[in-house]
Design a protein around this ligand. Structure first.
Ligand SMILES: O=C(O)C1=C[C@@H](OP(=O)(O)O)[C@@H](O)[C@H](O)C1
Ligand SMILES: C=C(OP(=O)(O)O)C(=O)O
Length: 415
C-alpha cells in the first residue's frame, strides 16, 4: 500500500476503535456472569474472535485463538474452569508465544491440560477441571511470576471467583504491564467480584459475577498513532479523538506524558481529547522512557524519536520479543531503512535515534504485527512510503487506513 501526504497541516476528527483489552475482559466476565450488555464493542478482529469463540465453545471441541494473546490466555483459564474439553490452538506465531506460567498455575488449581506440540506452548488439549479435594473453605493458593506476560495473571484473576474458596495469587519477580492487571481487577469489581490485596498477593473471594452493563472506552494504544501523526505533521496540526476518558482503565494513557517532549499538548474534552502540535521547547539531550507498564507504546515512540531526531533511551522492552513478532528485531530492521536505529546501549536499555533520517519511497515490512504497520505509517507525512501487508491492522484497528484517508492521506493499494 502506497501512502503519501499532499501537504499542509493535519486537521479534523478521527474515529478510534474501542479498546480490545477492555472488550476481551468484559466478554469473559459477561460469559461468567451469564448476562449483561456491552456497548461499544470493537470491530477489532481480536474482539470479534473472542466473541465468536465464547459463543462457539459449547458446541465444538476445537477452538482457534489465531494470533490474539488475550484470547489464547483468557480462554485457557475460562475454558478450564467451565470444564470445556477440547483443543485450543493458534497461529504459527502463537505456537511460539509461551503459556507455561499460566498452564502450570491452572494445573495446580485442578485443570487438566496437555501440550499437543511443544512443552510450554500452544496448542493445548484441555481435559476438564477437577478441583482438588482440599478444604473448599481455603482459597486456591498460587504463585505466579509477573515478568513474562500480565495476561496470565489477568486470566487467573478473572476465573478466581469460580475456584473453590476463591484465589490467593502471589506475584513474583518484576511485574510488567501492571496497568493491565489493574484493569482486570477494576472490571471484575464492576461485575461484582470481591477483591483485596495484601502486598503483592491478590485475593479474590469465591462467588458469582453479576450481569452488568458496560460501555467500553476507546483505545488509547490506537490513539498513540494519532499522537505520532500530529508530532510528524506540519506546524499547526491538530486532531480530535472522541471516546477517550480522563479516568481511564488503560495504562496506555501514558502516551499523554510521553508525547509532551515531542510537542504534543493534550486537552481533555467532555467526550475525548484534542491534540495540538506546539513548538518543541528545551528538552534533555536524551529522553529516558520506561515501557514496563505500557509495552504497546514502544513502537510508536521509537519511530517518532528517530523521525524527529530526539534520542530516547527506552527501558522495559523485555516483553516485546514475545509479542506478535520480535518487536525489537522488527524495529531495528525497519528503522535502519530510514537512517534510524534502536541500539542496546547497556543491558536492557535501548536508544532510539537517527542520523540523516529520510523517507523516500521505502517499503516497511510489517511482520504480521498491526503495531508495526501503524507505528510506521505516520512517516508518510515526511515522504512517500509503502506499507506491506496493510490488512494486518485489523487485529486492533480495522478502520485505521480509512481514518487516514479521511484525514487527507492519499492511499493507493498495491497491484
Ligand atoms: O491484557 C491485555 O489486554 C494486554 C496486555 C499486554 O500484554 P503483556 O501482559 O503480555 O505485556 C499488552 O501488550 C497486550 O496488547 C494486551
Ligand atoms: C501484544 C498485543 O496483543 P496480544 O498479546 O493480545 O496478542 C498487542 O496488541 O500489541
Amino acid at each position: 500500500m502506497h501512502l503519501s501526504w499532499p501537504g499542509g497541516p493535519l486537521r479534523g476528527t478521527a474515529q478510534l476503535p474501542a479498546s480490545k483489552s477492555e472488550a476481551n475482559r468484559a466478554l469473559i466476565l459477561q460469559a461468567l456472569a451469564g448476562g449483561g450488555t456491552l456497548d461499544n464493542l470493537s470491530d477489532a478482529h481480536d474482539t470479534q474472535l473472542m466473541r465468536r469463540l465464547l459463543a462457539a465453545a459449547p458446541g465444538t471441541n476445537v477452538l482457534d485463538a489465531e494470533d490474539a494473546g488475550t484470547v489464547m490466555r483468557f480462554l485457557t483459564a475460562y475454558l478450564s474452569v467451565t470444564n470445556w474439553q477440547g483443543r485450543l490452538t493458534g497461529t504459527a506465531r502463537m505456537q511460539e508465544r509461551p503459556i507455561a506460567v499460566l498452564v502450570d498455575a491452572l494445573r495446580q488449581a485442578g485443570a487438566r491440560i496437555n501440550y499437543l506440540n511443544n512443552e510450554g506452548f500452544p496448542p493445548l488439549e484441555l481435559q476438564g477441571f477437577a478441583a482438588s479435594a482440599r478444604d473448599a473453605a481455603q482459597p486456591t493458593e498460587l504463585a505466579v511470576r509477573g515478568d513474562i506476560s500480565s495476561q496470565y495473571i489477568s486470566a487467573l484473576l478473572m476465573v478466581g471467583p469460580r475456584l473453590p474458596g476463591g484465589l490467593r495469587l502471589r506475584l513474583t519477580g518484576h511485574v510488567g504491564s501492571r496497568p493491565y492487571i489493574n484493569m482486570t481487577v477494576a472490571l471484575m469489581q464492576l461485575f461484582g467480584a470481591h477483591y483485596t490485596t495484601d502486598g503483592d498477593t491478590l485475593l479474590v473471594s469465591p462467588g458469582e459475577y453479576q450481569p452488568t452493563n458496560y460501555t467500553v472506552e476507546s483505545d488509547w494504544s490506537a490513539a498513540s498513532y494519532w499522537y505520532s501523526l500530529v508530532a510528524l505533521a506540519p506546524a499547526g496540526s491538530e486532531i480530535t479523538l472522541p471516546g477517550l476518558r480522563q479516568q481511564s482503565l488503560q495504562g496506555d494513557q501514558a502516551i499523554v506524558g510521553m508525547m509532551k517532549p515531542f510537542g504534543i499538548e493534550t486537552t481533555f474534552l467532555p467526550d475525548g481529547i484534542h491534540l495540538k502540535q506546539l513548538p518543541i521547547t528545551a528538552s534533555p539531550e536524551v529522553l529516558a522512557l520506561d515501557f514496563t507498564d505500557c509495552p504497546d507504546l514502544a513502537q510508536t515512540v521509537a519511530v517518532v524519536a528517530a523521525a524527529r531526531g530526539i534520542p530516547v533511551d527506552m527501558t522495559g522492552l523485555e516483553s516485546l520479543r514475545i509479542k506478535e513478532t520480535d518487536r525489537i528485531a522488527a524495529l531495528q530492521i525497519e528503522l535502519a531503512k530510514f537512517g534510524g536505529s534502536l541500539r542496546e546501549v547497556t543491558d536492557g536499555r535501548f536508544r532510539a535515534e537517527s542520523s540523516g533520517f529520510a523517507v523516500d519511497n521505502q517499503s516497511v515490512a510489517t511482520y504480521h504485527d498491526h503495531r508495526m504497520a501503524m507505528a510506521f505509517a505516520p512517516l508518510a507525512l515526511l515522504g512517500q512510503l509503502n506499507i506491506e501487508a496493510p490488512t494486518v491492522v485489523k487485529k486492533s484497528y480495522p478502520q485505521f487506513w480509512k481514518e487516514l484517508a479521511k484525514s487527507g492521506f492519499v492511499i493507493e493499494e498495491a497491484g
